[in-house]
Ligand binder design. Structure first.
Ligand SMILES: [Zn+2]
Ligand SMILES: [Zn+2]
Length: 393
């Protein structure tokens, strides 16, 4: 499917759902108001300047961030993650539509570009940082891998056999080989490697790719993480700092002792640096299973955030759904901001259409999704219902 066709189908379907009222129907769950928890990554002045230089779905411009936050602010009350967590723990229903804002990965652009906007608008937010990346100019592994693949795969003329030869004798085993078409889909190839290989193996993949092409980390300043002064400034300004592990390891594919270290080590570092307990955690890539959720609980976190609507019924506060947004998330075919698409994100309809493919390794993921009230739409900003399709209870 071409990009344009995808965009047409997405915006067309959004409009159809919106105007038919199906949006509200899909998003309804016994009339309960559900919170809308947003997840962003890096904020940059102009994402077009980063074409081919960053994972596209991780970018949002300052202008689009403001546009999306304004849309939400007209329909929801922004609350802090502590307020959100306390309300979920209490089991009491949300009496008014509420939204909470989060940023993952701790990019410096969030400090430079999002913080001034959030302060000006009085919007609280949670920042999930990768502790070992703070204050370093080395790129985080997901960005390094994406950039290297973007250079190496074309250099190998998209040859799968030449690509796989790079891994010979390097203790890198791709369980299912390379998925068909991946040599012409850098994003898909990156996701396959990133979501199936433990981080120690990924580091060997990076080293193998670097035998073909080298990435100068310092040439990508917009992908650098914040330093500790920036993290402290965010903390002092009232933003909540949470953990996103030590090294952005996907916990579902790491060994148990690594999981413990990633969870406890990052919390310990943040508590030492900030002088306060760390209660919030975001799963890298939204990956969780019952063992990981239990480890998060044992590490002392009270609230943890995913990127889909699946919940762990034993730990609902540790599987809080989020909706990820980025520059193109709400653009129609003409690349105009679409209130209908935004409404479909808010209602959970987009999540429903693109359902989470993760198994979460158990009955945890099987819980069916229900949802909340009619979505607030562009013409009835006060009509309040929230359509979050989730299982908050
Ligand atoms: Zn992340
Ligand atoms: Zn899921």
């Amino acid at each position: 499917m071409t990009r344009m066709f995808r965009s047409m189908s997405k915006s067309g379907m959004a409009a159809a759902l919106h105007w038919s009222g199906a949006n509200a129907f899909i998003g309804s769950s016994a009339g309960r108001v559900q919170p809308f928890v947003l997840g962003f990554h890096s904020v940059v002045p102009d994402p077009r300047a980063h074409a081919g230089r960053a994972i596209p779905a991780n970018l949002i411009s300052i202008g689009m961030l403001e546009r999306q936050l304004d849309w939400i602010g007209q329909r929801y009350r922004f609350i802090t993650l502590d307020e959100l967590g306390a309300q979920i723990e209490s089991g009491a229903p949300f009496s008014r539509p509420a939204a909470a804002v989060t940023f993952d990965d701790g990019y410096a652009g969030v400090y430079h570009h999002a913080l001034p906007l959030l302060k000006r608008k009085g919007i609280p937010a949670g920042m999930f940082v990768v502790t070992e990346s703070i204050g370093r100019t080395q790129l985080q592994i997901q960005d390094k891998l994406y950039l290297l693949l973007s250079h190496v795969v074309p250099a190998l003329r998209h040859s799968e056999s030449r690509f796989l030869e790079l891994f010979d004798g390097k203790r890198i085993r791709l369980r299912q080989g390379i998925r068909p078409g991946s040599m012409h889909d850098i994003g898909g190839l990156m996701r396959q490697l990133f979501t199936t290989l433990p981080q120690q193996t990924l580091l060997r993949v990076v080293a193998a790719l670097e035998t073909v092409s080298h990435i100068e980390d310092k040439e990508y300043p917009d992908l650098h993480a914040m330093d500790w002064e920036m993290v402290s400034a965010l903390d002092r300004s009232g933003m909540i700092i949470g953990s996103h592990t030590q090294t952005h390891a996907l916990l579902t594919i790491e060994k148990p002792d690594r999981v413990v270290n990633q969870l406890a080590g990052s919390a310990r570092t943040l508590e030492l640096k900030l002088g306060k307990p760390v209660s919030h955690f975001a799963y890298p890539d939204g990956r969780f299973n019952p063992e990981v959720v239990s480890a998060v609980a044992r590490a002392g976190y009270r609230w943890a955030y995913t990127t889909c609507t699946h919940r762990d019924p034993l730990h609902p506060s540790l599987t809080i759904p989020r909706t990820l947004l980025w520059e193109d998330a709400c653009l129609d075919i003409f690349r105009r901001f679409s209130s209908n698409l935004m409404s479909c994100h808010a209602s959970g309809v987009i999540s429903w259409l693109t359902s989470c493919k993760q198994s979460h390794d158990s009955e945890v993921s099987a819980a069916p999704l229900s949802s909340a009230q009619p979505a607030p739409d562009a013409s009835s900003a006060d009509s309040n219902g929230i359509l979050r399709r989730s299982m908050f209870s």
